[in-house]
Ligand binder design. Structure first.
Ligand code: NDP
Length: 416
């Protein structure tokens, strides 16, 4: 057995050799690792072995704030990009998505315990707010220099003797996790010097001060289906489906998973933090006390109106954005959006995804579209070569039910 000790200190080739020896990797497996080696990956994560690819496709002509944007989406789920394009096509029949940002602040939490006199703490923070803000900004002066930085301090009582001192930071074009953490730790040090017991200092991903609101209006006629449902019928059913999400958290979670299919694919392709966005969106879905769908649809006169409000903290600088060439390419494809424009693109993608999913669900059902795309995955899974995939998919699409066994049988027939 090769020794795993100090694995993180080994060179990349040593790590690969140790892994190969211990796990008895075949030469094909070792080649796979080597073919996907990327020196940037080695700088990004510890114990780096290889790069793990995710397919990337384009959402074309997403109508958002008066423009049509081409949006790279990175996802492994077969139906996601097709559905987003379908939703965008329908949304283009109206004026498209309009978005608004209330403000764009990130919250750094300094959690204090055993606070004997909370009023004295509040008074101290109130009287010394400018000094505390200066400490925060001195820890990362370039953010204030570009017109952002720490803006205010809020004291929040969490429980008896337990307080969060929140540093509210404008992180401009960055998502700002590292910047906010640096500032929160600087203020925490000063509070410690005042005798307060700091448990920790860390940003909150629940971006309630970074809310984006979006609205889309679609002429109901654009929703009619080939199977003969009128646009008005589909619109009314979509509104009803949206109402279901206020009644059943089981339904709402799945609806939001669908919205995140689109959102997460754009967040990933744009080099942003998928987990941060995910956590914030799910928390916000429950901000009224019951978990609900993030998008709501109503029929008003002859239009289907979709609205949503979401906490969305994304950046166009920082993190992996300036490092990964594919991410730089994707920002170029999107037209080098600002952080707010990127957030608008992301929320509009969520709306397109949700519209497409709900329209399918209330008309043909979701499986028809899914299985057509699933056929491609099955073809690859059973070992079809590039030139065999199209004929095999055509045969699978004729079958009433498809699965790997059938795909395998049909492939053998094709090869005879
Ligand atoms: P960085 O630490 O890379 O900070 C962004 C940097 O971009 C700024 O410090 C700034 O450097 C530079 N910059 C250049 N131009 C601008 C501009 N116009 N506006 C703002 N900044 C600019 O990234 P973030 O602070 O955004 O942190 C994001 C990363 O942190 C992600 O990779 C995320 O995964 C990770 N992370 C997330 C956590 C969480 O979500 N809980 C926790 C910890 C890390 P300068 O001011 O020096 O010029």
């Amino acid at each position: 057995m090769a020794n795993w000790q100090q694995f993180y200190k080994r060179s990349w080739s040593e790590r690969v050799n140790i892994l190969a020896a211990n796990q008895k990797l075949t030469s094909a497996e070792q080649n796979l690792i080597k073919e996907n080696y990327n020196h940037i990956g080695e700088q990004q994560v510890e114990n780096y072995i290889t790069n793990f690819g995710v397919p990337m496709g384009l959402l074309l002509k997403l109508p958002v704030n008066g423009q049509e944007v081409n949006v790279p989406m990175a996802t492994e789920e077969p139906s996601v990009i097709a559905a987003a394009n379908n939703g965008a096509r329908i949304m283009r029949q109206g004026v498209g998505v309009q978005t608004e940002f209330s403000q764009h602040l990130m919250r750094g939490q300094i959690l204090l315990v055993n606070v004997q006199d909370i009023s004295a703490l509040s008074e101290y923070v109130q009287k010394n707010e400018q000094l505390l803000l200066k400490w925060a900004n001195d820890a990362h002066p370039s953010m204030a220099a570009r017109g952002g930085g720490a803006q205010s301090i809020l004291v929040e009582i969490l429980a008896e003797k337990t307080v969060a001192v929140n540093v509210m930071v404008d992180t401009k074009e960055a998502m700002g996790a590292n910047t906010v953490n640096t500032m929160a730790e600087a203020v925490a040090d000063k509070l410690r010097q005042q005798g307060y017991q700091v448990l920790m200092a860390i940003l909150s991903n629940y971006g309630t001060e970074s809310l984006i609101t979006a609205k889309v209006a679609i002429p109901t006629a654009a929703l009619a289906t080939k199977q003969g449902l009128s646009g008005t019928e589909v619109a009314q059913k979509i509104a009803l489906a949206s109402h279901m999400e206020t009644l059943s958290p089981h339904r709402a979670v799945t609806a939001n998973k669908g919205i995140l299919n689109g959102i997460e694919a754009v967040v990933l392709a744009s080099g942003n933090d998928t987990r941060a966005v995910n956590a914030a969106l799910h928390a916000y879905a429950a901000h009224n006390g019951q978990y609900q769908g993030l998008v709501s649809w109503q029929v008003i006169d002859d239009e289907l109106i979709g609205t949503t409000t979401m906490p969305l903290s994304v950046g166009v600088v920082g993190g992996s954005i300036g490092i990964v060439p594919a991410v730089k390419l994707n920002h170029h494809i999107m037209g080098q959006p600002t952080a707010k424009e990127l957030a608008s693109i992301i929320v509009a993608t969520g709306l397109a995804q949700n519209l497409s999913a709900l329209r399918a669900l209330v008309s043909t059902g979701i499986q028809a579209g899914h299985m057509a795309l699933q056929a491609k995955s099955l073809a690859v899974q059973v070992g079809a070569h590039a030139d065999e995939i199209a004929p095999l998919v055509a045969k699978l699409n004729e079958a009433p039910k498809i699965n790997a066994t059938l795909a395998s049988e049909l492939l053998q027939q094709l090869r005879q």
